[in-house]
Design a protein around this ligand. Structure first.
Ligand code: HEM
Length: 401
C-alpha cells in the first residue's frame, strides 16, 4: 500500500489534519505514513488496536528501540503484563479510591471560585493560565498531598520533565532516570512519601491508598510509589488544562453555545463529552505490533509502530452523524476515544470530568452571556505540539458580573 503524506511529528500537519483525516478514513483507513509508521484513522480499527494490547503492545512507548527503562522510571502507559496490572491497580486506587472523586468535586469548585474571583476583580485575565491550568495544577497537588504553597513549584518541575529528553531516552545531561536528572524533585517526592509512611498517614491520603492497593510488598518501594505519583502529575495536568481550555474557547467564540449552556445546565456533561470528542487533548496514541497481522486490508509487520488516530476516529462519519459538528443533542453516542480504550484506559478520567464540570459550571454561574468576552484583537493560537491539542492562551475581559 502506498505511503500517505502525513507526518505525526509535524505539528503543522497534526494541528490542521481534519480534512486529510476524512480523506484517509474514506480511502485508506489503515495505511503506512511517513517515518515507518502505520496510521489508523477509523473508529472501528482504532478500538480494535487499543483493545488488543497483546498484539499491539504499549512496550517501549516512544522510546528508542531496545532501550530498557526500569519500572520506577517508566510511565504506566508503557508497562506491559505482568507488571502493568498491579501498578495500574495502585494508580486507580490513588486517582479513584473511595471518596476521592467526590472530595475532588468540592475542592475543584472552591478552587474555581477563588480563581475566577481574582480574574473578575482585575477585570481581565488569561483563562488558560489563570483558570484551567491553575485548577488542574492545584487539583493534582491536592490529590498527591502536596502543600498548596508548593503547587507552582510542582507544576514547574512537571513542565521541565515533560519538555526534557527524559521521557524519551530516560536521561538528560544531568544523568540517568529521575533520581539523577531531577534530583530536587525526586527528593521532594520521596521525602513526602516517607513522611506519610512514617506518620502512618492518618488522613488516609494517596500514599495509604497505594500501600493498600494490593501491590506486592517487595514492589512497594519508595521509588515505585514516586513513579505512580509522578504519573498522576504528568498524566493529569496538561491534558485536563487543554480539555477545559478547548471547551472554554468554544464557549467564548460561540455566544449561542454560552446562551444554551447558561439556560440549561443539564447540557454541561454533553458539552464536555462533545468537546473531548472534537478536540481531544491527546491527538494520537502509539503501539508496537508484536505479530504480523492485517487490519482493514493493510499488512502490519511484527515490530512496526502503529499510530492510533484518536482525533480522527472521534470524527468517524460511520459512527457519528454530523461528525464534525458540535451537537448537544446526541442520544447515547458511542464513547469517544479521548481517554483511550481497553487495558490502558485513562485512570484519571473521572477526576478530569469532575474538574471540567466544576470549571464550566462555575464559569456559567459567574458569567451570563455577554458578561465575559475574548479580549479585543485576541486570536486563538494552538500550542505548536504534534500530539496535543490546546490553546496557548485565552485572554478575556470582564464586561460585567
Ligand atoms: C481530559 C484529561 C485527560 C485526557 C484527555 C487523558 C488521556 C489519556 C489517554 C488517551 C490515556 C491512554 C494512554 C494509552 O492508551 O496509551 C491515558 C492514560 C492515563 N492517564 Fe489520562 N487523561 C486525562 C486526565 C488524566 C488525569 C486527571 C490523570 C491523573 C489523575 C491521568 C492519568 C493517567 C494515567 C496514570 C494513565 C495510564 C493508564 C495506563 O496505562 O494503565 N489522566 N490518559
Amino acid at each position: 500500500m502506498a505511503e500517505l503524506d502525513f507526518d505525526v511529528f509535524d505539528a503543522s500537519q497534526t494541528q490542521r489534519m481534519w480534512d486529510l483525516m476524512r480523506e484517509f478514513r474514506r480511502r485508506a483507513p489503515v495505511a503506512p505514513i511517513k517515518g515507518g509508521f502505520v496510521y489508523v484513522s477509523r473508529y472501528r480499527e482504532a478500538r480494535a488496536v487499543l483493545r488488543d494490547a497483546q498484539k499491539f503492545s504499549n512496550a517501549g512507548g516512544m522510546r528508542p528501540t531496545g532501550l530498557v527503562v526500569p519500572v520506577h522510571d517508566s510511565s504506566i502507559g508503557e508497562l506491559v503484563p505482568p507488571v502493568h496490572g498491579p501498578v495500574r491497580k495502585a494508580a486507580l486506587a490513588a486517582a479513584q479510591g473511595t471518596g476521592v472523586v467526590t472530595s475532588a468535586r468540592a475542592f475543584s469548585r472552591e478552587t474555581c471560585e477563588t480563581l475566577l474571583d481574582a480574574i473578575v476583580a482585575r477585570g481581565s485575565g488569561d483563562l488558560l493560565a489563570e483558570y484551567s491550568l491553575a485548577l488542574t495544577t492545584r487539583t493534582i497537588a491536592w490529590l498527591i498531598g502536596v502543600p498548596m504553597e508548593d503547587c507552582d513549584q510542582l507544576a514547574e518541575w512537571g513542565e521541565e520533565i515533560m519538555t526534557s529528553t527524559l521521557t524519551v531516552t530516560n536521561r538528560t545531561e544531568r544523568g540517568v532516570g529521575y533520581a539523577e536528572s531531577f534530583p530536587e524533585f525526586t527528593n521532594y517526592l520521596e521525602e513526602l512519601i516517607e513522611d506519610r509512611i512514617r506518620n502512618e498517614d492518618p488522613s488516609g491520603s494517596v500514599v495509604t491508598r497505594i500501600l493498600h492497593s494490593g501491590l506486592e510488598e517487595g514492589k512497594l518501594t519508595t521509588p515505585m510509589i514516586r513513579m505512580i505519583l509522578l504519573n498522576l502529575l504528568l498524566g493529569g495536568t496538561g491534558t485536563t488544562r487543554d480539555f477545559i481550555g478547548n471547551l472554554l474557547a468554544e464557549i467564548l467564540r460561540r455566544p449561542e453555545l454560552h446562551e444554551e449552556l447558561h439556560a440549561d445546565r443539564a447540557l454541561v456533561p454533553a458539552a464536555l463529552e462533545e468537546s473531548l470528542r472534537l478536540s481531544p487533548p491527546v491527538l494520537y496514541l502509539i503501539r508496537t505490533c508484536t505479530e504480523s497481522t492485517q487490519l482493514a486490508g493493510c499488512e502490519i509487520g511484527s515490530g512496526q509502530r502503529v499510530v492510533v488516530g484518536v482525533a480522527s476516529a472521534n470524527r468517524d462519519e460511520e459512527v457519528y452523524e454530523d461528525a464534525d459538528q458540535f451537537r448537544l443533542d446526541r442520544v447515547d453516542p458511542p464513547a469517544h476515544l479521548s481517554f483511550g480504550f481497553g487495558p490502558h484506559l485513562c485512570v484519571g478520567s473521572p477526576l478530569a470530568r469532575v474538574e471540567g464540570e466544576e470549571a464550566i459550571n462555575t464559569f456559567l454561574d459567574r458569567f451570563a452571556p455577554g458578561q465575559v468576552r475574548l479580549a479585543p484583537g485576541f486570536e486563538l493560537e494552538m500550542m505548536p505540539l504534534p500530539y496535543m491539542l490546546g490553546p496557548v492562551r485565552l485572554d478575556v475581559e470582564i464586561v460585567g458580573s
